[in-house]
Design a protein around this ligand. Sequence first.
Ligand code: HEM
Length: 160
Amino acid sequence: MSGSEIESLRSSFQRLRQQGMVPALIFYRRLFALDPALRPLFREDIEVQSQKLLNLLGQALELLERPTQLTAVLVDLGARHVSYGVRDQDYDTVGQALLGMLQEALGQGFTPEVRSAWTELYGTLASTMLTGATKARRATGTAMLSSASRAPSRIMAVTQ
Ligand code: HEM
């Protein structure tokens, strides 16, 4: 990831942060509209969960120059997601909800450069988390429960 992409990510995230909880709430609204079956997986208060998601994205942006540390955080996070009942194909849905939220929250600021930087970042986060998920399933012998193991692919197609 180039220096200017990292700059695009950090400055657009800064603009999200200035909007408080709104972007995270937009994200969950979009996610549950895309796939209502995901709603019951979230047992915690959605505002608390929203905060955790934004904090994690902030942490990922801080760790971009320390990839080893970032990978370790994401592999563990992906492993925990198996126990939350998350399936591999749900990462595509989350990617679509995330890009849709960025477009809605950033408006004119959602330039092609910003969009491409976030698409790349999400692809990296998701594929690293999926590595952790695969390891966790192997460790617990539940590999058969994974109904699909494809990398996020549809997120490039998000336009709204
Ligand atoms: C890059 C992708 C993702 C990131 C950064 C992310 C981040 C997080 C974080 C930080 C937590 C807090 C708990 C913890 O640290 O273990 C969490 C919990 C959770 N995430 Fe994700 N997540 C991602 C993808 C997904 C996907 C694809 C799903 C599928 C629907 C999902 C569903 C959940 C659920 C169900 C919980 C537990 C919530 C609860 O107990 O109420 N996440 N996520």
